[in-house]
Design a protein around this ligand. Sequence first.
Ligand code: ZN
Length: 283
Amino acid sequence: MTQDAQISLAREPSVERIEGRHDSGLLFLCDHASNHVPAHYAGLGLTEEDLSRHIAYDIGAAMVTRTLARIFSAPALLTCVSRLVIDVNRGSDDPTLVMRLSDGRIIPGNARVDAAEIECRLRAYWQPYRLAIRTETDVMLAQGPVPILVAIHSFTPCWKNVPRPWEVGVLWDNDPRFAKPLIEKLAEAGFCVGDNEPYDGALRGDTLNMEATRRGLPGVLVEIRQDCIATPEMAAAFAERLAGVLRPLTANPAQHTIDFFPSRTGSLGDALEHDGMIHIDHV
Ligand SMILES: [Zn+2]
């Protein structure tokens, strides 16, 4: 890495933190909030148009996250760089951490990325985000009830020419405490809701696996179809509807507990041996 790159990196924040009440019982996360590519990566060789597409970030997800944080006076953490630089919602040893190809598009700036460059991006962007979550949850646990971690994502309306019918998907691993009632109440409220659709929520090393499942904290990943939140107005309106469903489910944070539900991706003990934070600290 050049000196210019190091200066640029030092100036740019990797995590945006929205202040909120530590006793709110809710922590909102947005892993794919931004399509920003720091200047020293020269756009990873992509066009502005490429970087405005879903390959670079979760369109609309940051707006929904900000609105929910405001409605619930809850803290939120959002990434400040594109998932094409590094995907913070992957384990530190996941082969898709830095994508060389995404939705059929070659990412030129990642084509020759080596282990040293991946390590550099882990330290600059991935680790600060994961540490921010760990710190925020520790403060919340010390000052109030157990927080539910709610990660907000968005997905494309079609995949390989197959339309996706769900307006919202609830992704979860093995902890039904919050996911099951949320799916039920979203359906009752008239949402077309997917249960572990459009993807399965069990992903070894991802944000919720590491920061909720392995810590015994309740958590859920909410995927929203991008055409439902395509403009700031639509995103705000969708967040309001979502908040209406979340409110009764989160009205008694004193009832939240720490309970361990071994991940479908492997046993808890096995998973801890591969804890990304430990791996990074020891490199
Ligand atoms: Zn996402």
